[in-house]
Design a protein around this ligand. Structure first.
Ligand SMILES: *Cc1c(COP(=O)(O)O)cnc(C)c1O
Length: 433
């Protein structure tokens, strides 16, 4: 069991975050409740910025907003000087409504619609990351009709796939994202960009996976990309100015997870990049990374109220909570592991094994399959940790369950960042005809 950021156990034996007693938060704002440790988010942003830095090359840390986005988090990210990745019109709209400077917004996606691209071009966002040669045609056509120009990166696939412990080097790549660096047509693709009047190719983007623990994966990515840039400089005469290395830094969810040492990993990535670029005679002006999960995951905690417990005929003991796969589908989706504690009994000995089950009509609606907790009773508050990333952003209204509220806590103060949905919200778009 690991506590993060400003988490603390107060003298009542209650879990505290940002100097707020979580049992009081549950009372005041209701449950389920997403709690965000604002100081932890800000400190993590600073850790990224301060370590991904080197003399002679401009560097940029871009928050991959698909992990968790709303107006309040966009403001925090902006204040910390990070840039922002969006992958849809909805994310772009949110960022703009939070007054996020368009020049610091990047747009991704393997199938951006014309209306999403139009919005991005009209708003003059910093870079569009072009997924493939066919998308270039669409962007060019839209730029021409809008009489605008746009800077772009081309997404390429370095043939490395990394997830958690291993990375696999694949010579043939069938990923749905990007163009393979092994593509024999690469020079022809680059020439198409070079000859474009409306699109300005600044460089390349790659992203090798998510929840990566092996630092070597990132170093291989840098080396392989530098080799690729050298190759296309020699073979296609294209000089790359910018290289975006994507995200994927692994975080701690549960015992056994050994997240990368951010400080050394970031420092090594950028120094390997500088050294190898120099050796290859490349003049790279700017390098970017795009962490999502690692900025926000540990800063998020979900509070639930226990409705009851149940011992099955088969011998399994369930704790039933007032949320579930609607606010956190990750366990159901890919067997994600979480740690949790009873927020009002942190100092009580763990002596029971439970399964934490949600309230949805779906057997897969489990948040934690096996966990040791103190004896749980109706009314207890369960805190599930590390729910900041890909929880709210993946939440749903299955069973017509309203989405929980989000509060940001800091120095004893709790501010609502996203209101709890109401039943009115649930039928907001329904039409009774
Ligand atoms: C999802 C994604 C990220 C962020 O990944 P994390 O694992 O959350 O750090 C970065 N870049 C791209 C292109 C992505 O698709």
């Amino acid at each position: 069991m690991k506590l993060f950021g400003t988490m603390n156990v107060n003298d009542k034996g209650h879990l505290e975050i940002g100097k707020c007693d979580t049992t009081e938060l549950a009372k005041e704002f209701g449950t389920p409740l997403y709690v965000v440790d604002e100081d932890l988010v800000r400190n993590t942003c600073r850790e990224f910025k301060n370590n991904f830095e080197i003399e002679g090359i401009e560097s940029e840390v871009i928050y991959a907003s698909k992990a968790f986005l709303n107006l309040a988090i966009a403001k925090v990210i902006c204040e910390e000087g990070l840039s922002l990745d969006v992958v849809s019109g909805g994310e772009l709209y949110t960022a703009l409504k939070a007054n996020f400077p368009a020049s610091r917004i990047y747009m991704h996606g393997n199938n951006k619609t014309e209306s999403e691209l139009t919005m991005a071009i009209e708003e003059g966002i910093g870079r569009i990351v072009v997924d493939n040669r066919n998308e270039l045609e669409v962007i060019e056509y839209l730029c021409k009709s809008l009489n605008k120009k746009i800077d772009v990166l081309l997404r390429v696939n370095p043939g490395i796939e990394a997830h958690t412990h291993e990375y696999i080097q694949t010579s043939k790549n069938d990923s749905k994202f990007g163009e393979s660096i092994f593509d024999e047509d690469m020079c022809r693709i680059i020439n198409r960009f070079k000859n474009s009047e409306s699109v300005n190719l600044k460089g390349f983007h790659c992203h090798i996976g998510s929840q990566i623990f092996e630092e070597k994966s990132f170093y291989s990515e840098v080396s392989d990309m530098i080799k690729f840039l050298e190759k296309i400089k020699n073979e296609c005469g294209f000089c790359t100015e910018e290289l975006n290395l994507g995200g994927g830094f692994g975080v701690y969810y549960s015992e056994g997870d050994k997240p990368v040492n951010l400080k050394s990993c970031l420092k090594n990535m950028i120094s390997i990049l500088k050294e190898e670029a120099q050796k290859s005679g490349l003049n790279i002006k700017k390098v970017m990374i795009e962490p999502g999960r690692s900025i926000i995951a540990n800063a998020g905690t979900t509070l639930y109220k226990v409705g009851g417990t149940k011992k099955t005929y088969g011998g399994k003991k369930y704790v039933f909570i007032d949320g579930g796969m609607t606010d956190n589908p990750r366990t159901a989706l890919y067997d994600a592991k979480y740690e949790a504690l009873v927020a009002n009994k942190v100092n009580v000995e763990n002596n029971e094994e439970y399964t934490i089950g949600g309230k949805c009509c779906e057997s897969g609606d489990i948040i934690i399959k096996e966990i040791e907790l103190p004896r749980v009773e109706r009314g207890d508050i369960i805190a599930v940790l590390t729910t900041g990333a890909y929880n709210y952003s993946m939440s749903s209204n299955y069973n017509r369950i309203p989405k929980p509220a989000v509060v940001f806590v800091k120095e004893g103060e709790a501010k609502i960042a996203v209101k709890r949905e109401t039943y009115e919200d649930i039928i907001r778009n329904d039409i009774l005809f």
